[in-house]
Design a protein around this ligand. Sequence first.
Ligand SMILES: *Cc1c(COP(=O)(O)O)cnc(C)c1O
Length: 365
Amino acid sequence: MDGSRFPEARAWVHDAIAKLEQEATRSADTHLLRLDFPGFPGIPFYLKDEASHPTGSLKHRLARSLFLYALCNGRLGRGQTVVDASSGSTAISEAWFARLLGLPFIAVMPACTAPQKIAAVQALGGICDLVEDPLTVHARAAEHASNGACHLDQFGLAERATDWRGNNNIAESILVQLRREPQPVPTWIVCGAGTGGTSATIGRYLRYRRLETRLCVAEPSGSAYAHGWRTRDRNAVASRPTLLEGIGRPRVEPGFLFDVVDAVIEVEDAASIAAALLLEDLLGVRYGGSSGTNFVACLQLAATMRECGQTGSIVMLLCDRGSRYQQTLFDPNWRDTHGIDVVPWKRSLANTLDSGLFAPPDLPA
Ligand SMILES: *Cc1c(COP(=O)(O)O)cnc(C)c1O
């Protein structure tokens, strides 16, 4: 054993873990917002605002957990470069934590990632390694790791890096915040799936706490999880690409657990973007496309509950802010070039709030 080096290396790890704990102690929990709609009496909606983390998305929780996991597994030491493959939000949070620990950070990203996200990583001192083919990000990150970098590996490790039994994970946080509400045990919790870490954590926690709450994953139409979940096929691939970031994976990632998900609802990109715009009208804040996807799924679930004469609360995640997609999803010209018309969907979703009936608009062929 290298007795002279060992204590010094461990001392650095202990100091890094202390820094992560200090950061968690300085940070407040995210808000759980409530909305009630005339069309859904007895079915309150609760929105968990994960955009209010210091790095602007639900990936703040994940990045903190991934660094802690790497440190506690002895995989990360002083001065070591940290790398991960990310469509952006994770990279922003990881860059932020790398800076906190004084470590160099490389984000492997698809070249088509929203420019605002690339700028955010760079502003935090991270390096963006842009690849043309989104399917090659994993291999590229592994390449950096073989050169000595610590691969945080969000897609491989998200599901196990998070403490599923609590420790203020997102599921525990939601349930604590609901405790004084009239329906403190929600009928549904709705989230998206990118790494699958959030859905795995929520699904496990619901069982652990012996709750009847069901978990719904909201997916862009034709994405890999939607295909894979139905047939329990881990080799499923997306039949259509999506314009949304953070969700709608081209393949089934290892962290997505089929067995804890009770329903998968597929949502058209135009509906997701329209729903994000509708949320902006309702909340005065613009959230990203995946928040819109979740909202559409909630409205669909609520309409079914109403039809069956069922009441109960529905919780969904607000994943990140819309400002990250100003030049993409929220630019009308960009939408035109991608053949997206949000107007019919926005009208029909707004009607749903009043009528309690969910119906897709009749889109022109
Ligand atoms: C990552 C991400 C998700 C999905 O969360 P996972 O825990 O990775 O499955 C949803 N929305 C946004 C904006 C994301 O960045």
